[in-house]
Design a protein around this ligand. Structure first.
Ligand code: GDP
Ligand code: GDP
Length: 439
């Protein structure tokens, strides 16, 4: 699972600037779960080949426990509880404040790895002011400048040094055919995730085992369907009873993001009586960016009337247009209807995500597609596509080789994608196309 780094500190020290700096190194996926969380942002980030999640907290004022401020403090405590590493951000120019001491005191009680980042240090890395920050009792202060990008890399190196990221996926590496399919059920609170999981588990001899020693309280559940083994990834709904973190809500954005990143297939659940909300669309956007296979489960179908079904249809068209490749399943987790079709769709999505596309077939398809419709000439350049090979799975990646391929338009790329999808009958998985020009 991707490690989670939480940025904590009083307002104005530069947390948002640091968050942007860290997530910008890659196409930032800033999942902004408006309404569920206030003033918290989640982003995917990468350092070399190591991927992690960053959470920006809205500010921390523990001494004023009321109203919005108390809510923010609660959110911050939750972010700390869910994080693997806390980066405590302070401001070199402002010096050590009383509030910094309060935050440090709180963090010392948390049994978490904490790294002290002293921001706004451009041109002042040698400053004697830096030594003052030792008095917070957090350890060695790391000077950095979020706005200038100085010291950020070494801060992240320090934050991530204890994590084992394993081997990076090699290009085209084939997944083990016997490995269980990792499955995550994602969706807003109350869409019916727990009900679905319980329905699955109720009809099955359940093998659940805790993994002691992990701070994340991870529970893995194995089950078998249609002759395949599945492993359900822990989301908030699978939380162990009798051991609940004080500040953790039932729905956890961090757990949802981690589960999506770790899954092969995501069942994205929507409440059919409500329609697709903006939050549903945010989660869907994250699933798409992460490249996972996805099946849309329209739950509570038993409770919908004609009007709600029309509303649902409209909201799918307007908010989930980018997930056109995902199959739609009408289910009732409560009445246990539609569940067989759901399993078939999950398997189909997984088969699509792990399809094998031989180079001769891809190249033939490419040549046919170009003959049918050639890419437009761009000024002096005419893109010349020579051959294609498969560069990866889950999602399927097609790498096209040739010359002047930078000039190929997005529309043409979509056209090619359509041809590949059609031939390989891909359903329920995003696919990616990359161009590699030799000149
Ligand atoms: P947050 O409230 O902790 O999220 O802080 P912001 O990221 O909004 O930054 C607060 C102010 O500090 C803004 O005016 C930033 O431009 C400024 N700031 C952030 N990082 C740096 C830095 O590295 N150096 C300097 N000099 N200013 C910074
Ligand atoms: P979660 O927060 O996503 O895990 O949602 P829950 O599984 O706790 O379900 C929220 C509420 O929706 C509960 O009251 C369930 O009984 C109800 N619910 C779940 N699935 C269905 C369904 O298929 N039909 C109907 N009518 N209600 C459902």
């Amino acid at each position: 699972m991707k490690p989670v780094i939480a940025l904590v500190g009083r307002p104005n020290v530069g947390k948002s600037t640091l968050f942007n700096r860290i997530t910008k190194s890659r196409d930032a996926i800033v999942a902004d779960f408006a309404g569920l969380t206030r003033d918290r942002h989640y982003g995917d980030a990468r350092l070399g080949g190591r991927e992690f999640i960053v959470v920006d907290t809205g500010g921390f004022e523990p001494e004023k426990p009321s109203g919005v401020v108390a809510e923010m403090a609660k959110q911050t405590r939750q972010a700390v509880a869910e994080a693997d590493v806390v980066v405590f951000v302070a401001d070199l120019r402002a010096g050590v404040s009383a509030q910094d001491h309060d935050i440090a005191r709180f963090l010392r009680t948390q049994q978490k790895k904490v790294i002290l980042a002293v921001n706004k240090a451009e041109g002042m890395a040698e400053s004697p002011l830096l030594a003052e920050f030792h008095e917070l009792g957090i350890g060695e202060p790391h000077p950095l400048s979020a706005s200038h990008g100085q010291g950020v890399r070494s801060l992240l190196e320090a934050a991530l040094e204890d994590f084992d990221f394993g081997d990076e996926d090699e290009e085209g590496a084939e997944p083990d055919a016997d490995a269980p399919i990792r499955l995550a059920v994602a969706g807003r609170p109350n869409v019916g995730k727990s009900t679905l999981i319980n329905a699955w588990l109720g009809e099955e001899r359940l093998v659940a085992f805790d993994q002691p020693g992990t701070t994340r309280d991870a529970i893995k559940v194995s089950l078998e369907r249609e002759g395949r083994r599945f492993e359900l990834i822990d989301t908030a709904g699978l939380r162990r009873k009798g051991k609940v973190f004080e500040a953790i809500e039932k729905f956890s954005v961090v757990k949802t993001l981690q589960a999506i990143a770790d899954a092969n297939v995501v069942v994205l659940m929507v409440d059919a009586t409500v329609g697709v909300s903006e939050q549903d669309a945010h989660i869907a956007g994250y699933v798409l960016e992460s490249g996972r296979a996805v099946v849309l489960a329209l739950n509570k179908w038993d409770a919908t009337d004609e009007y709600q079904r029309q509303q649902l249809q409209r909201s799918i068209e307007s908010r989930l247009a980018f997930l056109k490749f995902a199959p739609l399943l009408q289910i009732s987790a409560k009445k246990r209807t539609g569940l067989t079709a759901l399993w078939k769709a999950i398997l189909h999505a997984h088969a699509s995500a792990t399809v094998k596309m031989p180079t001769p077939v891809l190249t033939r398809l490419l040549i046919d597609a170009v003959q049918h419709q050639a890419p437009r000439r761009d000024g002096a350049f005419r893109p010349k596509m020579r051959y294609a090979h498969q560069g990866g799975m889950n999602p399927p990646l097609v790498v096209i080789h040739g010359n002047s391929l930078d000039h190929i338009t997005d529309a043409y790329k979509r056209y090619l994608e359509g041809r590949f999808r059609e031939h390989f009958k891909l359903v329920g998985t995003p696919m990616r196309i990359e161009f590699r020009s030799s000149k």
